[in-house]
Ligand binder design. Structure first.
Ligand SMILES: [Fe+2]
Length: 245
């Protein structure tokens, strides 16, 4: 994928301003992220070197492809914490999930088994080609139950959401937090996603920046992205809420 017209700065973003990353796939061996503990420790070290001091790990929970049981996540995190401690990296952790809004999600919602973090925050993902069925009712029900909703990478749903101003506005009006992927603004996911990411930034719709880190390729791409002027400006704007977590 080509890099697209990025304004490069001669300095790097100050990641201590973010402090916390709330979206990554570093629990080993359960999704398309880190395959084993050795890789996890290396990726955590890389995130530390970038400047992060807290990581909220969010394994996929998605029907058919990643049928993970969120009740196992706390003990899986303990193993990561132990392995990271053994090599002397001083990183804080929490574990949540990246819940795709599908039938598995609806079932977990019914049995009160959705995986939250930092109190009642929950990271949800839309399908890539259409809005989730009954999205508004489900969000309403979750909010009534006190959940605080964070929408994972809205810019990546550009194919249907970029033209749907009404839904975008209603999500913001209802207090849904938007988590943008750092790499989106640097063109990593293509031109359409970058353009929509820029639009969302301009509208002040972005609350949180996330790495969505799965592997070393993402780390390398982030090192480059942190020299992108648009990303530096957003991080330094004081509008992001990463450090509230
Ligand atoms: Fe993700």
């Amino acid at each position: 994928m080509g890099w697209l017209f990025n304004k490069k700065s001669n300095r790097s973003a100050d990641i201590s301003l973010l402090h916390t990353d709330i979206h990554s796939h570093l629990i080993p061996g359960i999704d398309d992220g880190s395959p084993d503990m050795e890789t996890t420790v290396e990726l955590v070290k890389q995130m530390y070197d970038l400047g992060y001091r807290k990581l909220i790990l969010t394994p996929h929970v998605r029907e058919d492809s990643f049928e993970n049981d969120p009740s196992t996540f706390d003990s899986r995190l303990e193993d990561v914490v132990q392995a990271v401690k053994e090599v002397g990296i001083d990183m804080d952790f929490e574990v949540g999930a990246e819940h795709t809004m599908d039938e598995t999600f609806n079932a977990l919602m019914k049995t009160h088994d959705l995986k939250t973090f930092h109190g009642k925050y929950i990271l949800v993902e839309f399908p890539f080609f259409n809005l989730p069925i009954r999205m508004k009712e489900i969000f309403f029900d979750l909010q009534v139950e006190g959940f605080k909703l964070i929408l994972a990478h809205p810019e990546r749903y550009a194919t249907y959401l970029a033209k749907d101003y009404e839904t975008l506005e209603s999500l913001k009006d209802r207090g849904i937090m938007f988590q943008m992927n750092i790499l989106s603004l640097d063109g990593y996911y293509g031109k359409e996603v970058k353009k929509f990411a820029e639009y969302l930034v301009k509208k002040n719709y972005i609350d949180i920046l996330g790495s969505d880190c799965h592997n070393m390729r993402h780390i390398e791409a982030m090192k480059k992205a942190f020299q992108n002027k648009e990303i530096i400006d957003l991080i330094e704007s004081g509008r992001l809420k990463n450090n509230k977590f």
